[in-house]
Write a protein that binds this ligand. Structure first.
Ligand SMILES: Cc1cc2nc3c(=O)[nH]c(=O)nc-3n(C[C@H](O)[C@H](O)[C@H](O)COP(=O)(O)O)c2cc1C
Length: 348
């Protein structure tokens, strides 16, 4: 098997999957801090990029933070020409280390444009989009697919993608019709891996070390998504680290929120972090120590808009003063609290 860029790196640990609405620069940096081998950007519309649409949303989503290395940008595209144009522009602007093509998104507004999991209906078109990316990029291109639209066609699609130049594949072990129902089918993922000559990462339901080691023993790389939301230290747990104490969780949450504000700005910056804040509330409640009212904590955290409000909420409901952390969190976590705030390339 040709290992290449992806194969070498995937030995280093699990990878943060692309997660629309979550895997922004602040979250990617945390995932890397805790040992993710790499972290993929949220999906970016090739069409929006190539047309340079006014709101520049795609540019913002795909922007690496200063020092992000490696940086991997996921595109969704249905037409080879647009995919090629987007890859060229993104390379010029951001110099990523790799690109990834989305063949998994089941959301209507994406599949209606012939993108995401709609590509699984037509392996030839999928291959043409991938080939356009690969021939216009100077860096490797991977693809992330589901098993099929409503039945498993993953081996056929995977082989077409590799033939077209995919240097690695990530396979979410469900069909698009399944969305997130049932369990991910890791035997289907293993069949894809046996059928192609490039590294394959499995995705679906890995949230503990046992599942991670199981996949690694089968020679597969591992991507994690939902398990890392509000729990970015999952990457350390997968490598055998102990679960963090409450203070360490709070430091991580604080640091995430601080970077979120720095990166996204705006009048009520933490509103865009609601999903992650809800998950952090669960993480805090699961730590040892005086019992916390998980529901009250969650209800409060999802309503905060600013860092001042967040601090107040943590003091009131988690009995933590995140500004004066001085107890048992350990050096690594303290260092996390004191790292410089996230910056954009070219800032300052
Ligand atoms: C909120 C959400 C957003 C997602 N966004 C993307 C995306 O932008 N691109 C993609 O390829 N997969 C996306 N996925 C799928 C995940 O990358 C992953 O394959 C899936 O959640 C299964 O892994 P998990 O069980 O570790 O969550 C998303 C999943 C969720 C829950």
């Amino acid at each position: 098997m040709s290992e290449g860029w992806f194969g070498e790196r995937m030995k280093a640990g699990a990878v943060l999957a692309p997660i629309a609405g979550f895997s922004d620069a602040p979250f990617r940096r945390l995932a890397r801090h805790f040992g993710a081998a790499w972290a993929v950007s949220e999906m970016v519309s090739a069409k929006a990029m190539s047309l340079r649409v006014q709101d520049r949303r795609g540019w913002r989503i795909s922007a690496p933070y200063r020092g992000e290395s490696p940086s991997v940008i996921q595109l969704f595209a249905g037409e080879p020409e647009l995919a090629a144009a987007a890859v060229k522009q993104l390379e010029e602007e951001y110099h990523p280390d790799a690109f990834d093509l989305n063949l998994g998104c089941p959301v209507r507004k994406v599949i209606n444009r012939g993108c995401g999991s709609d590509l699984l209906r037509d392996p030839e078109r999928a291959a043409a989009v991938l080939a356009a990316m690969a021939s216009n990029a100077s860096v490797p291109v991977s693809a992330k697919l589901r098993l099929g639209v409503d039945r498993d066609v993953s081996v056929e699609v995977a082989q077409a993608l590799v033939e077209a130049g995919a240097a690695a594949l990530a396979v979410h072990g469900r069909t698009a019709a399944q969305r997130y129902a049932g369990r991910a089918d890791w035997s289907a993922i293993a069949r894809v891996a046996e059928s192609v000559d490039v590294p394959v990462l499995g995705s679906g339901d890995v949230a503990d070390r046992e599942a991670y080691l199981h996949a690694r023993a089968a020679g597969l790389g591992v991507m994690v998504a939902r398990g890392a939301i509000g729990r970015p230290w999952l990457f350390a747990l997968l490598r055998g680290a102990d679960a963090p104490c409450r203070t360490a969780v709070a430091i991580t949450l604080w640091r995430h929120a601080r970077d979120h504000v720095a990166w996204h700005g705006g009048g009520a910056p933490l509103r865009g972090m609601r999903g992650a804040l809800a998950a952090y509330a669960c993480s805090l409640a699961q730590t040892d120590g005086a019992p916390l009212d998980r529901h009250a904590l969650r209800a409060t955290l999802v309503r905060v808009s600013t860092l001042a409000e967040l601090r107040h909420a943590l003091l009131a409901h988690a009995r933590l003063d995140v500004k004066s952390i001085s107890d048992d969190a350990g050096e690594a976590w303290q260092a996390l609290a004191h790292t410089p705030t996230l910056a954009r390339n070219g800032d300052g």
